[in-house]
Design a protein around this ligand. Sequence first.
Ligand code: BTN
Length: 279
Amino acid sequence: MATFRIRLPLMTCCNKPLLDQPILARLTGSAFSRLQLVHIGECESTNSLLLDLAEKGAQSGTLVVTDRQTAGRGSRGRQWVSTPTGSLTFSLLWRFSGGLEKLSGLSLATGIAVVEALDHVGAKNVTLKWPNDILYEDQKLGGILIELHADAQGAMAVIGIGINLETPPAIPQYATSLQPSGLDVIIGAPIDRHTVLAALLAKLVEVFDQFDQTGFAGLKERWEKYNAWQNRPVALLRDGKVETQGVCRGADEEGLLLIETDQGIEHCISGDLSLRALC
Ligand code: BTN
């Protein structure tokens, strides 16, 4: 097993670490040899920590997993709240061939890996909301935050993933949910974080290898299968205002959202997607 030598705060002595590295390595299988695990008891944000490590020369495959994230970051500058036993919070550094422009669609590709890994551990019918939400019955089960880092050799991505293992308390990212989902609710059995994390890591490595070869184009059909809004009426909101509305037709080969409007198919770069009310 590869190790990454860097000075980081250790676990507090009274808190038993939530992650056992040999168990994780065994469950992850051969993909674990591609990773350098940094397990840390507490940090502000695994994404921020990994971006710092990338600046200091961390290699592709560096994986930061924390038990407690104190200032987790969500998309669009939001906070990401998690609890040690109720959440899985980790970030993975991955180098892709080509420049930053080749990374469009990476968030969607990551979503595919998450859905398929969760399916593998028994969480069926998890879906994706473009570009980076993980849903169960239209409620947020997790999220993906991708941040980019470029160095002399090319582009790297810090891929941060937060998964709600247990039914969470009323916390900001679930503010709209009266029926918060947790993996324990969905699977109907107690969750073993090692099993879930191992399945995620194995699938991420597989999907990133494919993404590196084909870009999102080679994964597009898989994503559309999990797209919660596929062929459904949607409105794309920007700053709370409807920018485009029509029927969601999936994503193009670069991961842009396709919305069929009266004027034809529009390719949408970003926004706040929400379902349009059916009349
Ligand atoms: C979203 O808003 O949906 C994205 C949430 C991403 C949260 C994860 S938790 C691990 C990693 N570290 C962070 O600070 N954020 C991401």
